[in-house]
Design a protein around this ligand. Structure first.
Ligand code: MG
Ligand code: MG
Length: 261
């Protein structure tokens, strides 16, 4: 069942989301060659706690970090570690959750580490555009497939607003993971695919969905690390990007809850 959030719940989620945005601001400043993903996790934990929120991810199904930190070919669920040091030219996807008075905000962003290749820059550009094209469809009376389709069209080079030099360029779309309802729990109904699945479920005002395209330079397929059973990487070891916002459908249009207040 998809639940509709009340005005009061949306207010709390907006606050939780604004703290997630603050953490992202801190991550953007901290991401540099030489920093470890554990140090990033410590910075995130500090900002979350200073702002009277709970790190949603910590302990979730036993996850040991406050952020997921996934480098290059890693897609999602990278465990922060003192041994993982960022290098010039890497990209890092950082996923952050914060809970405020029982309500969750969830947002991910992929950051360049120093100067990155044009190929990586384009991947980031397209994945961010896929997110915003998806968000634009998050309004009452649209169907879930409108969001999925907007993400898919962007990843496959078919969306109208794709930069001219990337028109027709096809990227891989992660199939096994996707967006989700969010509220009192991090993962609620509905599941949202990042490609069309003919889901005609109507969007209603008060629905809140974490829209989160995961787009790959190469193939769609991903594998879960046998070593830690968490980290998801692309099957061909080519890079992946991940952009996510928590978004409410309202009568006035899509409302991003994970933005600065
Ligand atoms: Mg997330
Ligand atoms: Mg999410």
């Amino acid at each position: 069942m998809i639940n509709r959030k009340s005005r009061e719940e949306l207010k709390l989620m907006k606050h939780a989301g604004s703290v997630v945005a603050l953490v992202h601001q801190a991550m953007k400043e901290a991401v540099k060659p030489g920093i470890s993903t554990l140090e990033l996790d410590e910075i995130a934990a500090k900002v979350i706690k200073e702002n009277k929120c709970i790190p949603t991810f910590l302990g979730y199904n036993g996850f040991p970090g406050c952020i997921c930190a996934s480098i290059n070919e890693e897609v999602v669920h990278g465990i922060p570690s003192s041994g993982r040091i960022l290098k010039e030219g890497d990209i890092i996807s950082i996923d952050i959750g914060a809970t405020y008075r029982g309500m969750v905000g969830d947002s991910a962003w992929t950051y360049p580490v120093g100067k990155i290749s044009k190929e990586y820059e384009d991947l980031l550009k397209i994945t961010e555009l896929a997110l915003f094209n998806g968000i634009a469809q998050m309004k009452p009376d649209n169907i879930l497939d409108d969001i999925s389709g907007a993400v898919e069209d962007t990843a496959l080079g078919k969306a109208e607003n794709i930069p001219a030099d990337l028109k027709g360029k096809k990227y891989g779309i992660v199939r096994q993971y996707g967006g989700h309802g969010v509220g009192r729990n991090m993962h609620e109904d509905p599941f949202l695919f990042n490609y069309r699945v003919n889901n005609k479920t109507k969007i209603k005002s008060g629905y809140v969905i974490a829209i989160e395209p995961m787009i790959n330079l190469g193939v769609d397929e991903v594998v879960v690390s046998a070593a830690d059973n968490w980290c998801v990487s692309t099957a061909d070891n080519k890079a992946s990007a991940h952009f996510e916002h928590t978004v409410a459908a309202t009568e006035d249009g899509p409302m991003i809850l994970t933005a600065l207040e």
